[in-house]
Structure formats: structure tokens, C-alpha cells
Design a protein around this ligand. Structure first.
Ligand SMILES: Cc1ncc(COP(=O)(O)O)c(C=O)c1O
Length: 387
């Protein structure tokens, strides 16, 4: 089976973990600091401005990273406030808003990039909007400059969970907003098993998050408020240091494999905004709604049948993402009742992810291509895909 995704490890990771265990220093040691420095150095190399200095703060997950960003939004986020979140995403960003007792205002996505549509965001802004969480969906940069132009006094949180290594207009994803986050979950381009990071150039905010992630301690025994334990361990960080050293290699492989598959099969692949360079964290397309045959009018049925057929023929395909307006915690919010999310619905019902990871060979990419031609032939070249 060609796996949908797989971490890119070698023997070095095992050796590094053994070294951490032998050191007896399992938390708050040199590896976390080295991992943070490796990410900072990488982002400067990719085009992040030198001033003001960029802070990279390792935390326990991408979800925790978003929660810490919301906890430090300059004007605060509380019960009477709204935060804009894309309707298409893993639930973390929306859940983080609900956990602050604020309202998650869902907004539909752009049909080409599957990211927040600036036009729809403009219609959703109210005097109660405190923040926008712009997700770089599957590593494709969200249009942060266009969103910023809509509202200068709103906290722009870039959820770059999937987007390390991607850029927009020469600026790395993760530093396109006021504050940004990465995830190092096993499906991500860089993985530490579990892990995340907050990126910001706001020194005061970095200081607040540094204390918050460690029980609210500014320094040993000096507590400045209530905070969770959101630290990353030395074991996880040791993996991160090694992953950062091969990030360019992993990106080169991902980009070449993605080009092979996308160029060979004319499906409705995810697009990118002008000026974007993407990392191909996920390779996905949306099926059209069949107009005849067993699944006429049933996009979701056709998608499920295709995913099953690909899997049965050795290609581990999967679905793409989630529609937050269909999840109970968001459906219950009155503010979302009158909204419609047709593009999100189309991507969720018709979306297919196919294998892409740096351990794949070009021959594997050829197999994915062949199986797509075999099982999705009816959708290839169909320019009528309506999102
Ligand atoms: C867009 C997005 N945000 C947040 C997360 C949460 O990251 P984590 O699993 O590290 O908590 C994920 C993925 O898992 C994600 O895809």
C-alpha cells in the first residue's frame, strides 16, 4: 500500500532520542532552545525580515499554540467577542475560540485556494470582531495581506499548522500575520510526533506566551498569571532539530512528486494565490458531481466510492477536511444559522487526498497517477467542477 503520509525519519532520530534519555534532561533543556533557533534561522533564510526580531516558541501542539495566541490577543477575546474562522478546517482553531467563551463566526472559503475568502470576511466583520484566524489550508498561504487591508485593528492569527516552508510574496507562512502557529503532528511537513510553535515579532506577546506555556511562570517560582503546561519536551525537540536539518530536502521531494502527479492527471487540484510557493503538505482535488451513472447527483457517494477503489488498488487515499458548520459545537451558534457555506460543502463532500510524502519514489507517484486514471477517469479533464 502506498501510504497517504509517513514521517521521514532515519536511524539518526533513534540515536538522538537515546541521547536525550541518557542525558537525564527531559524538559526545558538545550534541545528545545536549539529547535526554536533552527526554525528562526530557517525563516530568516526564507525571507522573514530581520527586525523586529522573530521569536519562535515551542509548545506542546499546534492546537495549544492557537490557544496561546488567542489568550494574548491585544484587545482580549471574551464572551461578547467574535473571532472569524474558516468553515473548512480541522476544528482546532474554532474550538480554541469556543474555549475562550467567544463566538466563532464561520466564513466560507475561496473556490481556488480553499482559504478564507477576503470578500466573505469583509461581510462577516462586526464591531465585535477581535481576531481573524486565517488557516493556510494544506500549506497554501492564506491571503493575509488582503485580510489585513480589510481591518487594521484586528488581531491576525495565521494558523500555519500545515504551512512550514511555504511563502507568499517572499514572506514565509507563519510570519504573515501578527502572530502565527505551526503544528508538528505526524501528518505535517515537519513532525516531532506531537508539538507546535508560536511565531511572533511582538516582544511583549512573546514574553507573555513564554510565561503562559509554563504554568504562567516568568522565571522559576515567579508566577504572573494562570497558565497551562504547554511545554514541548526535549525528546520531541530533538526530533525537530533533525527534521529542520532536512526540511529543504523534504520540500524538494514533495514538490517534485506533487508536480509529477498533478501534471499527469487533470483533476481540480487545490490552487494557490499569486506569488505563493507551496510546500504540498497535502495533495488534494475535488470531484465534480456526477451527472450520470450510479452516483448521479451524489458527489459524496462518488467520492467515497473512489477513495475505496483507490485503497483497494494499493493507494491509500483519504478525505480532505471538515465542515465546521456541520459539527454540533458550531452549528449551535446562532450567528452561523443564516450563513451558507457552498464552497466548503463542495470541498468536504467531493475532496480526495492522495499519497504524498518525501519517502515516496517517482515510481510510487506513477502508480498513484495510473490508479487515478483508472478509477477517476470520468472526472479527468472535467472543467465543470463547480465549487
Ligand atoms: C489547520 C490546523 N490547525 C490546527 C491543527 C492542530 O494541530 P495539532 O494536531 O498539532 O494540535 C491542525 C492539525 O492537526 C490543522 O490542520
Amino acid at each position: 500500500m502506498i501510504r497517504l503520509t509517513r514521517p521521514y525519519f532515519s536511524d539518526a532520530e533513534g540515536i538522538a532520542l537515546t541521547e536525550v534519555l541518557a542525558s537525564g534532561m527531559l524538559i526545558q533543556g538545550v534541545r528545545v532552545a536549539a529547535f526554536e533557533e533552527a526554525v528562526r534561522a530557517y525563516l530568516y533564510g526564507l525571507g522573514a525580515p530581520a527586525a523586529p526580531p522573530l521569536q519562535a516558541l515551542a509548545v506542546s501542539s499546534g492546537t495549544t499554540a492557537i490557544e496561546l495566541c488567542l489568550a494574548t490577543t491585544p484587545r482580549g477575546v471574551g464572551a461578547s467577542d467574535e473571532v472569524i474562522v474558516p468553515a473548512l478546517t480541522w476544528p482546532s482553531p474554532g474550538n480554541a475560540v469556543l474555549l475562550r467563551h467567544a463566538t466563532a463566526v464561520l466564513v466560507d472559503i475561496d473556490p481556488a485556494t480553499w482559504n478564507l475568502s477576503p470578500r466573505e470576511v469583509a461581510r462577516a466583520l462586526t464591531p465585535r470582531t477581535r481576531a481573524i484566524i486565517a488557516v493556510d489550508q494544506f500549506g497554501v498561504p492564506a491571503e493575509l495581506p488582503a485580510l489585513r487591508a480589510l481591518a487594521s485593528d484586528i488581531d491576525m492569527i495565521e494558523d500555519a499548522a500545515c504551512a512550514i516552508g511555504s511563502t507568499l510574496g517572499g514572506m514565509p507562512c507563519g510570519v504573515l500575520g501578527d502572530v502565527g502557529t505551526y503544528s508538528f503532528h505526524p501528518r505535517k511537513v515537519v513532525t516531532t510526533a506531537e508539538g507546535g510553535m508560536v511565531l511572533t515579532r511582538d516582544a511583549a506577546r512573546a514574553e507573555a506566551i513564554t510565561a503562559l506555556r509554563n504554568h504562567g511562570q516568568r522565571s522559576v517560582g515567579v508566577f504572573v498569571g494562570a497558565g497551562p503546561n504547554a511545554r514541548l519536551s526535549e525528546l520531541h525537540a530533538a526530533l525537530g532539530v533533525l527534521q529542520m536539518a532536512k526540511l529543504d530536502e523534504m520540500l524538494t521531494k514533495r514538490r517534485a512528486l506533487a508536480a509529477t502527479i498533478r501534471d499527469a492527471v487533470a483533476l481540480a487540484w487545490q490552487g494557490a494565490p499569486e506569488g505563493a510557493v507551496v510546500n504540498h503538505q497535502t495533495l488534494g482535488f475535488v470531484l465534480p458531481t456526477p451527472t450520470s451513472g450510479e452516483f448521479a447527483g451524489d458527489r459524496r457517494g462518488a467520492r467515497d466510492a473512489l477513495v475505496a477503489a483507490l485503497r483497494a488498488s494499493g493507494v491509500e487515499a483519504g478525505i480532505l477536511s471538515y465542515a465546521l458548520h456541520r459539527l454540533p459545537q458550531f452549528a449551535a451558534l446562532g450567528v452561523n444559522h443564516l450563513r451558507r457555506f457552498p464552497v466548503t460543502d463542495a470541498v468536504v463532500d467531493g475532496g480526495v487526498a492522495v499519497p504524498l510524502h518525501p519517502g515516496m519514489s517517482e515510481a510510487d507517484a506513477g502508480v498513484v497517477t495510473d490508479r487515478l486514471r483508472e478509477h477517476a477517469g470520468w472526472a479527468i479533464g472535467d472543467r465543470t467542477v463547480r465549487l
